[in-house]
Design a binder for this molecule. Structure first.
Ligand code: XIL
Length: 371
């Protein structure tokens, strides 16, 4: 008797598995796209939609209860906003200070959150010892090699993707002058993208499992800058230079051309590159108390977030949607706009969700069953 029962149970289970295996893939099932509970936090939906939903974070704010709770509840990805930049991480030539970034990584580990790295080669936020010392090209070459190796080895297995090079291309599509390129550079000035290639090779050596990105802003739409970045990445792949994808910063205003942004995401994805939206925010006009001047801007802002997140979710290789902070209490927009813009993120200064947040929930809910 018991053996018959076991046998029939096995049959039922096996039939169930066969039945399940014959179902069409989730993306092909029609009419089921809205079936997900909309009020669930973003990260659960993002997990099931196959995308990472991220935010830049600052270590000092992790001790604020509402900041930490919102972050842990909503996000499955974080990126240190400044803590992995040279001026913080490498304050003296002979000193690496991982403490700020390590605090963020501990928080991430505790809450099952992935981490993106930003950034190894950039002309800004470098420490005075590096900028003011008039190093020779040969010295800079060895300083950069050491930095990339030490930092990536320290975080090996814990940071899954790196912005190896940030903002190397100008608005006309030419290479910007920079410490690493030609002021004085690492010995590859006037050799086009050779210094970027060198950095990518060192990065691959330091952590062969990390995904390597070129990250920039101003090339979100199809324009001269994004054309140049696109050609550079195609050229790198043709010559076996290690590169996995492009980071599109996505610092936007209410005038963003979302159709062109969608076309740009699509062309990188179609060419086989991963696309990470790395620093999204949508700035609106505010008064000197940081209050929104026109309340209608909140809906306009939510429609831009909705369009960009939808464009990302519609491309298989767009795998990260990250904002540059999550609460309007802390956002670089206020300082960079000298107080005239702000309110650019998903949560207001009291951590209340804004229409942009609800739009992201809606888009992710649809994507769970339709991506
Ligand atoms: C910004 C940070 O948000 C600020 O805290 C810091 O003072 C300046 O840098 N593009 C980038 C980011 O790649 O690193 C910048 O972050 C914003 C623009």
């Amino acid at each position: 008797m018991p053996s018959v029962m076991i046998c029939s149970l096995v049959t039922v289970v096996a039939a169930g598995i066969v039945g399940y295996a014959r179902l069409p893939p989730a993306s092909a099932r029609a009419g089921n796209c809205e079936a997900v509970e909309q009020r669930e936090p973003l990260r659960g939906k993002a997990d099931r939609a196959g995308i990472l939903i991220g935010t830049a974070v600052r270590p000092g704010q992790l001790s604020e209860a509402a900041y930490a709770a919102t972050l842990a509840r909503e996000y499955n990805l974080v990126e240190p906003e400044d803590a992995l930049k040279w001026e913080v991480l490498h304050p003296r030539r002979d000193l690496f200070d991982f403490s700020d970034a390590d605090r963020i990584l501990s928080f991430a580990r505790l809450h099952g959150i992935k981490v993106r790295g930003h950034t190894l080669v950039w002309t800004h936020q470098n420490p005075p010892w590096l900028v003011n010392n008039r190093f020779s090209e040969a010295e800079l070459l060895s300083i950069l090699h050491e930095h990339i190796s030490k930092v990536m080895e320290h975080y090996r297995g814990r940071i899954f993707a790196w912005d190896v090079v940030n903002e190397a291309v100008d608005e006309t599509g030419n290479l910007r002058s920079s410490l690493w390129y030609d002021q004085p550079g690492i010995g590859l000035a006037q050799k086009g993208t050779a210094y970027i290639e060198q950095a990518l090779r060192w990065a691959r050596e330091a952590d062969p499992d990390a995904l390597l990105f070129y990250n920039d802003g101003g090339g979100e739409v199809v324009n001269r800058k994004s054309d140049a970045v696109y050609s550079m990445l195609i050229d790198f792949r043709r010559r076996n230079i290690p590169i996995d994808g492009v980071g599109l910063q996505m610092h936007l205003g209410l005038d963003a051309d979302v159709t062109s942004i969608a076309r740009n995401i699509q062309r990188f994805s179609d060419a086989g590159f991963q696309v990470h939206i790395t620093e999204a925010d949508v700035a609106v006009a505010v008064d000197h108390n940081r209050r929104i001047l026109d309340p209608g801007d909140l809906d306009r802002q939510s429609r831009i977030y909705e369009a960009v997140l939808s464009a990302c979710l519609s491309q298989r290789r767009c795998t990260v949607f990250q904002t540059w902070g999550f609460t309007d209490k802390y956002s670089w927009i206020n300082s960079t706009s000298r107080g005239i813009k702000g309110a650019a993120l998903f949560f207001d200064a009291q951590y209340r969700p804004k229409p942009a947040y609800t739009a992201a929930q809606r888009v992710l809910s649809r994507a769970v069953n339709c991506r």
